[in-house]
Ligand binder design. Structure first.
Ligand SMILES: [Zn+2]
Ligand SMILES: [Zn+2]
Ligand SMILES: [Zn+2]
Ligand SMILES: [Zn+2]
Length: 367
C-alpha cells in the first residue's frame, strides 16, 4: 500500500509497451502496475470515463479527472467525433454518478440529422439520464443496481448513499461536490419500476396490466403445476405440507406525514401493479364500509388493542396511520396486492379486503 503513494522509479516510463514517454498518471481504478503518459492514459480509458486519476508532479500525487486531461466522450461514431458536434454549442459537460464517485464528463453528442435524442445516447452507454429533455445529470446502471441491493440488504437509504458518494468523490470538502441527492432519489425510483417492467415482460407500459402483476409471488407457497411434484395429493402429510399459511399484521410505525402535494404531486410509480391492494377497490370499501363498527360479538379477548380508536389518525397532517399487510407465514414474503393503508386501526373489515385480494390472486386461479 505504501508503494502506491509514489512511483518506484524516480523517472517512470509509460506502461504502454510501445511508448517511451514519461509516465505521470496513475489510475486508482485500473489494476495496472505503473504510470501512463497522458495520450496513452486517454486512449486506454475511452470506455472507462469514470476512472479516478492521480497525477505525479515529481513530489506528490494530485487528483485530476480525465476531462481536465482533455478526454471527450463521443457518441454515435464509435470512438470518433460527430462531424456535426460543434452545432448547438459544441460539447457539453454533464454530471454522472458512478460507483467511483461523482464525475464531470465532457460529452460530444452525435448531432447528425437522424441522431437519437441525448437521453437515448446516454441510455446506449448504460447511463440513466435524470431528465429526458436536455439531460445534464445521469446515473450509471452499475450504481443503480448497487444501491438497489444495498437498500434491500443493508437498509441503506438514498440520503446516506448520496452522502457516501459525495465523500468518495471528495472526503476533505464533500460540500464542494455537485449535489447529486435529488436527481439520484428520483432516478433510483424510476430504476426500480423499469426493472420490474422488464422482469414482468412489459413491452409497453401504457398498455393495461393485471393488478399485482409486477410483484413477486412467494416461492415456498405450494402452487400446483409450478413447484409441486405430480401426485402431490397422495402425500400422507399433504394437508400440512401443501397448505398456504396466510398471516396478516399491522405496522403502526409506517405512518406517512403529509409532505408536499400528496399523490397528485408525487404519484406512486407502481400504482396497482405491485404490493398495494387495488386503489379504486379499497377506496370504495372505505367509503361504503370504512366507518362501520367491527363485529366484536364473538371476541373473547377484551385486551386486543389493534382496533382501538386511539390508533386512528390523530394528526390531520398524517394521511396514513400505518400499514396492514398480508404475508406468507412460512417464509415472510409479502403478498402481491396484500397491503393497505390503515384508516381506523387494525380492523377485521380491512383484513377481509386483504384476504379477498389474496384468494382471488393469480396463484390460485392457476390451480
Ligand atoms: Zn483506469
Ligand atoms: Zn504512453
Ligand atoms: Zn453524428
Ligand atoms: Zn409462502
Amino acid at each position: 500500500m505504501y508503494l502506491h503513494e509514489a512511483p518506484i522509479d524516480e523517472k517512470p516510463i509509460c506502461l504502454q509497451a510501445n511508448c517511451k514517454e514519461a509516465g505521470a498518471y496513475d489510475c486508482v481504478d485500473c489494476d495496472a502496475p505503473g504510470y501512463w503518459c497522458r495520450e496513452c492514459l486517454i486512449e486506454d480509458h475511452q470506455y472507462l470515463p469514470f476512472h479516478r486519476i492521480n497525477a505525479w508532479d515529481g513530489n506528490s500525487l494530485r487528483h485530476v479527472n480525465l476531462k481536465e486531461l482533455g478526454m471527450t466522450v463521443s457518441f454515435g461514431h464509435e470512438l470518433g467525433l460527430c462531424p456535426h458536434m460543434a452545432t448547438e454549442g459544441g460539447p457539453q459537460d454533464i454530471t454522472i454518478l458512478d460507483v467511483t464517485g461523482i464525475h464531470s464528463v465532457r460529452m460530444a453528442w452525435c448531432r447528425c440529422a437522424a441522431a437519437p435524442t441525448q437521453a437515448e445516447q446516454l441510455f446506449e452507454r448504460k447511463w440513466f439520464p435524470a431528465t429526458l429533455q436536455r439531460p445534464r445529470t445521469a446515473i450509471s446502471f452499475r450504481v443503480l443496481k448497487l444501491f438497489h441491493l444495498l437498500n434491500h440488504v443493508a437498509r441503506t437509504n438514498p440520503w446516506d448513499f448520496a452522502g457516501t458518494m459525495h465523500r468518495l468523490t471528495d472526503n476533505v470538502c464533500p460540500t464542494s461536490v455537485t449535489d447529486i441527492y435529488k436527481p439520484f432519489k428520483h432516478v433510483q425510483r424510476q430504476w426500480r419500476v423499469v426493472r420490474a417492467w422488464k422482469r414482468g415482460g412489459v413491452r409497453d407500459p401504457a398498455l393495461p396490466r393485471l393488478n399485482g402483476s409486477l410483484a413477486m409471488w412467494c416461492v415456498s407457497c405450494p402452487i400446483p403445476g409450478v413447484n409441486l411434484d405430480p401426485g402431490w395429493q397422495q402425500h400422507p402429510d399433504s394437508d400440512l405440507i401443501h397448505t398456504v399459511f396466510i398471516g396478516v399484521d399491522g405496522n403502526f410505525r409506517l405512518r406517512r406525514h403529509n409532505k408536499g402535494g400528496g399523490e397528485k404531486a408525487d404519484p406512486s410509480l407502481f400504482g396497482n401493479d405491485a404490493y398495494y391492494a387495488p386503489h379504486p377497490d379499497y377506496k370504495m370499501f372505505c367509503r361504503v364500509r370504512g366507518g362501520a363498527p367491527d363485529d366484536m360479538a364473538d371476541m373473547t379477548c377484551r385486551m386486543v388493542k389493534a382496533g382501538e380508536p386511539q390508533r386512528r389518525t390523530v394528526n390531520a397532517n398524517r394521511p396514513t396511520n400505518g400499514n396492514l399487510s398480508n404475508s406468507c407465514v412460512r417464509s415472510g414474503a409479502f403478498a402481491p396486492k396484500g397491503t393497505v393503508d390503515i384508516i381506523l386501526g387494525e380492523r377485521y373489515g380491512v383484513i377481509f379486503v386483504l384476504l379477498r385480494e389474496r384468494l382471488i390472486g393469480r396463484q390460485f386461479c392457476q390451480c
